[in-house]
Design a protein around this ligand. Sequence first.
Ligand code: SF4
Length: 357
Amino acid sequence: MNSPLDLLRARGVSRRDFMKLCAAVTAAMGLPAAMEPEVAKAVEAGIKKPAVIWLEGQDCAGCSESTIATLNPSAAEVVLDMLSLRYHETIMAGTGDVARKAFEDTVKEGKYVLVVEGSIPKENDKFCVIGGKPFRQHVEEAAKNAAVILAIGSCAAYGGIPGATPSKGVGVGEIVKDKPIINLPSCPVKPSRLIGTIVYYLTFKKAPELDNVGRPKAFYSNNIHENCPRRGQFESGHFLNDWNDPQQADWCLLLKGCKGPKTFADCGQVWWNDNVNYCINAGSPCAGCSQPEFYKEFSPLYKKQEMFSLPGVGQVNPDTVGKIVAGATAVGIAAHLGGSAVSGRLGNDHKSKEVSK
Ligand code: SF4
């Protein structure tokens, strides 16, 4: 059988590109640069093309799209060449009994990577029935012999948008209780996080370090607000309230429902679509799609947050936060709030606050 590197060469990926990918993955996972050769060795030699079962439940297939649609030669392609994708309802050629057999044979074989996309109706088996069986049962069956389980996208991780519908979709962790789940939330999944996690697993044969809601710390430790390009506007008390006013184009989006202060993810460090852009930089408030509270507790997305507390000031209404922040320096509260602390410590009563460290 061809080695993974042979397969990559056949696709025009040079050794140099391959090493660059390994370096990027090593850095993304927060590992020291000295680990790069080890990552490369494991990816190159240790791969017997592990089998993958990719299930889709209540989803829009956006996570599959996101993973497949990265640029050429894409990191996604590179990794997919290293995996044996045995079952994927959207992109596999086989259908019906043939597809079902591929699923069953892989489950029997065991030790595969299980990727789940989309949420799972927990209470009512009438929703999301595939091949005559509720999706919940497919997940339970596939989880049994899986070596590692990845819940990708907000829906599979915590329920996402379907969690706010009558189906009351939940994440994989609510269904599979006897195995650790690696959650990779966001809407859709960010390919660099998926690829980084798979390569980490292939290298070390274990899950990366996770936070208290099951997300790899390497990708979900940074607060969006702390790293926001509009943070200076926040500190100056400039809050956009009119989309059509060009003067407000780069102002803080807090009053338009930005969930940046409540959200932890690497969007500001590693931009989306192969580093092209990310929500806030493109003019959209952060929807908080990496948090367990997305979508139910964060909707409507463009509505301002109810209340915040500022250190040294206490509870403030978003309508008045501009005056308070802007006036803080004048009244000497800056000593309490202290430069970046104003932006970085927007307190809230949110459980996400405990997530990162
Ligand atoms: Fe940026 Fe949102 Fe924070 Fe404003 S509230 S500084 S837009 S993250």
